[in-house]
Design a protein. Sequence first.
Length: 301
Amino acid sequence: MVPVNFNQLYYFWVIAKAGSITAATRILLLNQSTLSQQLKQLETALGKRLLLRSRHGAELTEEGRFAYEHCEKIFTQAEELLGGLRSGLPRRPAALRIGYSRAISGERVFRFSRFVERLDREVSARVVSGTPEELEERLRRRAVDIVLSDVDMAVGAGRDCRSRLVGSVPHFFVAAPALKLAADRFPQVLAEVPLLLRPPENAIRKEVERFLHRHGILPKVRAEVEDPNLILAMILDGAGVGILGTLIIQKHVERGRLIKLHARPIGIRQNLWLLASSHPNGSERVQALIDKLMSGYRLGL
């Protein structure tokens, strides 16, 4: 048996959620010295520092984030259990924890989370971003229930993970009208302007490099950015030409804030996968939603 009691874990969880021991005292109705002592005993038992304390509050260490993710699952479910036993109804809706790759646009993630909540209005969506490596680890540790990714991580995760390709998003080179680029000279015009691209390891970046190489274009790379929303902001500001998916540029093209340098897709696409653990989730309702998404969800353009 691990020499740690659940009271101490609960105190740690509340402190981390509240942001400081002082704030946690008002929630737990315990004095500050008691909470500090309980937290110290927990860290001693674990042999790990969980929180870095200062006059500004409490910040999670790497080990603390790991512990917090597990405590979040444990005590959230415990609260739902107690609420259900006391009132006959769930105290709060079940939650589907969604991880998503930072390479995917915020609009795309927002639409997915709204789709989830419309599919089962008794389930709320909790969203967290990460790199493919971080998301794979969280999925393996079951810190997230489902992942929307531009990389099929099931290859590395093995039989513990199932994946499904849910769509492919065409990407377009776009620029602000102020750059006054001649669209009829595409793609050669790309050699004359600064390009705002994804990092070299990104799948879209590799597609772009192959496209430029085929057309004999030596790019002038001004920035390498993973976040498509930041690339969009830089394009709108006139910093250069970038390549983005249909959903994130649609409203800006319609309002005349962006121009497409080519009217039709050029074969550069972002594939998107849904991934989930092969092991059942603790909540039957959430598991039913995961199964429904993994078997029937298709990406809408």
